[in-house]
Design a protein around this ligand. Structure first.
Ligand SMILES: NC(=O)c1ccc[n+]([C@@H]2O[C@H](COP(=O)([O-])OP(=O)(O)OC[C@H]3O[C@@H](n4cnc5c(N)ncnc54)[C@H](O)[C@@H]3O)[C@@H](O)[C@H]2O)c1
Length: 338
């Protein structure tokens, strides 16, 4: 049984604690830390954990009672626990984004390169989603030919938090497509251009400019467009369509029952990522736990993938602020991440 220490017991921290307690085998929550101690006490009480509440992330990472870490704290405080865990040789499953800047993400890569082994799996959970895995298999098989275009939608009913701002739309939300499309296409990005759409009058936040439209150009000349619309009101709606030379492959909609009621036929849409990607989250944890217990290389999205996403995310933010197309320059991938 892998003893996991969870850093950050907010929204998704609690989701992950719950899945580790009720659903995912092979790991247990043995420690928790949050800068808000009440969040730890609540998680321990609500999920009946037999877990130590640590006074700091460092103390938990250092503890011999903890085998591996799960980072679920705010985006801008991922770096320190990641570097500390790598330094003392413990694996970490960190929520996305790896960090909030390319320079910080590079530090994580450099720390792993210095030791010569991967310690970090990034929570780009879509790579474990059945539908995305099916799309990847179709793209890699060559059956629809080389990929020419892709169109994606990332729609949320409402922002994740009350402090969501314009750049978060890129670095917190769109970062999922930045990673998963890079993985699906299997080639580097060349440039990105961000555009702001007409403001939704139902968007209550003055500092949150969206919807946003991304146009990504790949090294081959292929083009990806992504609509990010996080005040869509009606649900959590994720779509992706790959256009190849001979055919099109689309992400399947999640199957929900067809309901005939009150003169309508309809299918429910997931309200949030929690339910939409529940199986993917469970799978990413299983992969992390098995690799850590078996001492085999981590298979999920790597620190390098997180770094690439940070480079592209930063370029997207620059594009939005400066209203211009911005080049994306990805360094050569080190052999560790081949
Ligand atoms: N993979 C996904 O689909 C997905 C979905 C939601 C959130 N996330 C990611 O999960 C992380 C947490 O998001 P959330 O929605 O749970 O946010 P949240 O605001 O609900 O929770 C964050 C928690 O971190 C704690 N915290 C802040 N600074 C800390 C520090 N230095 N050390 C320890 N704890 C600290 C806060 O007190 C809070 O309890 C973010 O990185 C976010 O991007 C990923």
């Amino acid at each position: 049984m892998l003893n996991l220490g969870v850093i950050g017991c907010g929204s998704i921290g609690r989701d992950h604690v719950e899945r580790l307690t009720t659903t995912v085998a092979g790991g247990r929550v043995a420690g928790v830390f949050d800068v808000v101690p009440e969040a730890c006490r609540k998680a321990v009480a609500d999920f009946g954990l037999d877990a130590e509440i640590f006074a700091s992330a460092e103390a938990m990472i250092d503890s011999p009672k903890i085998d591996a870490l799960v980072v679920c704290s705010k985006n801008d405080v991922h770096l320190a626990p990641l570097l500390h865990a790598i330094k003392i040789g413990k694996n970490v499953l960190t929520e996305k984004p790896l960090t909030t800047s390319a320079a910080e993400s590079r530090q994580v890569v450099e720390a792993e390169l210095a030791v010569g082994r991967r310690f970090v799996q990034v929570g780009f959970n879509r790579r474990f989603d059945r539908g995305y895995l099916q799309l990847k298999a179709i793209a890699d098989s060559g059956q629809i030919g080389a990929l020419l275009l892709a169109n994606c939608r990332h729609y949320n009913a409402a922002p994740a938090t009350s402090y969501y701002r314009t750049d978060d739309v890129i670095l917190d939300t769109f970062i999922h497509e930045i990673d998963v499309m890079h993985w699906l296409f299997g080639e580097n990005y060349a440039s990105i251009e961000m555009k702001l759409g007409r403001r939704n009058s139902l968007n209550p936040a003055p500092d949150l400019d969206e919807p946003q439209l991304a146009i990504i150009e790949l090294a081959s000349g292929a083009l990806i467009t992504v609509e990010i619309n996080i005040n869509c009101q009606y649900g959590y709606d994720i779509q992706c369509r790959l256009v190849g030379e001979r055919g099109i492959a689309s992400l399947p909609d999640v199957a929900t029952p067809e309901v005939r009621l009150d003169g309508r036929i309809y299918h429910a849409i997931d309200p949030s990522w929690t339910s939409r990607f529940v199986d993917a989250y469970n799978s990413e944890f299983l992969a992390f736990i098995h690799a850590t217990v078996d001492k085999t290389p981590l298979a999920g999205p790597s620190a390098w993938d997180g770094y690439v996403a940070s480079i592209a995310g930063e370029a997207a933010v620059t594009s939005l602020h400066e209203r211009r197309k911005v080049d994306i320059v990805i360094p050569d991938k080190p052999a560790l991440y081949a």
